[in-house]
Write a protein that binds this ligand. Sequence first.
Ligand SMILES: Cc1cc2nc3c(=O)[nH]c(=O)nc-3n(C[C@H](O)[C@H](O)[C@H](O)COP(=O)(O)OP(=O)(O)OC[C@H]3O[C@@H](n4cnc5c(N)ncnc54)[C@H](O)[C@@H]3O)c2cc1C
Length: 409
Amino acid sequence: MHFDYSPKTQSLLDRLNQFMNEHIYPVEQEYINAVHNNSDRWSTPSMMESLKEKAKAAGLWNLFLPEEYLPYGAGLTNLEYAPLCEAMGRVLWSSEVFNCSAPDTGNMEVLSKYGSDAHKKQWLEPLLNGEIRSAFAMTEPAVASSDATNIETAIVRDGDEYVINGRKWYTSGAMNTNCKIMVVMGKTDPSADRHRQQSQILVPMDTAGVTVVRPMQAMGYYDEPVGHAEVVFDNVRVPAANLLVGEGEGFAIAQGRLGPGRIHHCMRLIGCAQRALDLACERVEQRVAFGQPLSKQQSVRESIAQMHCDIEQARLLTLKAADKMDRYGNKVARDIIAAIKIVAPNMACKVIDQAIQMHGAAGTSQDFTLSATYAYARTIKLADGPDQVHMMQLGRNLIKDHVGQRANG
Ligand SMILES: Cc1cc2nc3c(=O)[nH]c(=O)nc-3n(C[C@H](O)[C@H](O)[C@H](O)COP(=O)(O)OP(=O)(O)OC[C@H]3O[C@@H](n4cnc5c(N)ncnc54)[C@H](O)[C@@H]3O)c2cc1C
C-alpha cells in the first residue's frame, strides 16, 4: 500500500489547482456578489458560463464519471477523482465550473446507466455539455423520507402516459432558471413488495401541473442561484417512455445513485475543512491578542493540530472507500461508504466550527466563507441519508458479519 497519487491524478490535480488559483479564488467573492445583485436571484450569473468554457478548454470537465460510463466523462476511478473533487470543494460554488456539481452528477450517472437512447439524447447530452441543470425529487414534507419506502407521490399509468400527483421539498437545483429536468421518485404500485413499489420518472420542469411553490432555506441560507425547492405535482402528465427502466425499479435506482453521490459530498467536505484550516492558520498569525499573535497560544496550536488530524483521518477513509468502490463495486463497498458518510460531515462541522471560533465575529460574517461552508457541512448530516440511518445500517451489518449471518448482497 502506498499513499501517493498516481502520475495521472497528480497531473490533473496540478492543472486543477492552477485553474483554481488563476480563475476561481480571485473571483470567489465577485461571484457571490453577482448572485445577490442579479435581478433574478435564481438565474446563474453570466460569469459562470465563461468559467465553464475555460474549464472545458483546460480539459477539466466531467471529471466525476468513471470508466464504466465511457464515452461519457473523463474515465477516472473514484480514487483518482477524490483529490480533484476535494480541490473543487474548497470553494462552495466551484464544482459547477467543472460540471461536477450535485445533483447533476447523480442525475447524469442515472441517465447514463438507466436512460434510454432517447433520454440520453434529450437530457444527458445537454447535461454533459453543461447547457442545462437538473434536480432529483424524492423527499416529501408529509412523510419521514429518510425511509424511502414512505414516499407517497403517486405515479399512475393512464394509456401512453403517467399521471403524477404529490408534493416534494428540498429538491435541490429546482429553483434555478436553467433547471430543465427533474428525476422524480414516486410509487407506481403501493401494493407491491416494499422495495418494488417505487419508480423514477423524468419530468421536464415546464410540464403543465408542475408548480415550484417556494424556495426552502437550509440553515438560513437559500443557496442561490441553485436553491432547494418545494414542488407540487398536480395531475402532471408525461409520456410513459419517461419512466426509467421500468415500474418497481425506483428503489434500486435510488440505491445505485446514492453511493457515488455520498462519497462525492465527503470529498467536497474534506476540501471545505482543509480550506477552513488554511484560513485559520492565516488568521491566527495575523491576529494579536494579549500581546502576541494567536498562533503563539498553546490552545490555538492544539486546535490547529487536532483539525489537521481530523481532516487527515477522514481523507484516508474517503480514499479507502473510493478504492473499495473501484475494486469491488458500490454494493460491496456500502459499509465503508456509510462509514465515511457518517465521519466526513461530522469532521467538517467540527473543523469549520473551530476555524470560525479562531476568526472571532469575522468567522460568522459575510466576509469569510466559513459560516456558509459550515451550513453546507451541517446539512450533509441529513442530505443523502441522515447519520442515524447510516449508523443503523452499518451497525446492523457489522453485527451480522460478526455472527456470520449477513445475507448475500
Ligand atoms: C440542504 C438539503 C438539500 C437536500 N437536497 C435534496 C434533494 O435534492 N432531493 C431530495 O429528494 N432530498 C433532498 N434533501 C432532503 C434529505 O435527503 C432529507 O432531509 C433526508 O433524507 C431526511 O429525510 P427527512 O427530512 O424527511 O427526515 P425524517 O425522515 O423525518 O427523519 C428525521 C430524523 O429522524 C432521525 N431518524 C430517522 N431514521 C432513524 C433511525 N432509523 N434511527 C434513529 N434516528 C432516525 C434522524 O435523525 C433524522 O434526521 C435535502 C436536504 C437538505 C437539508
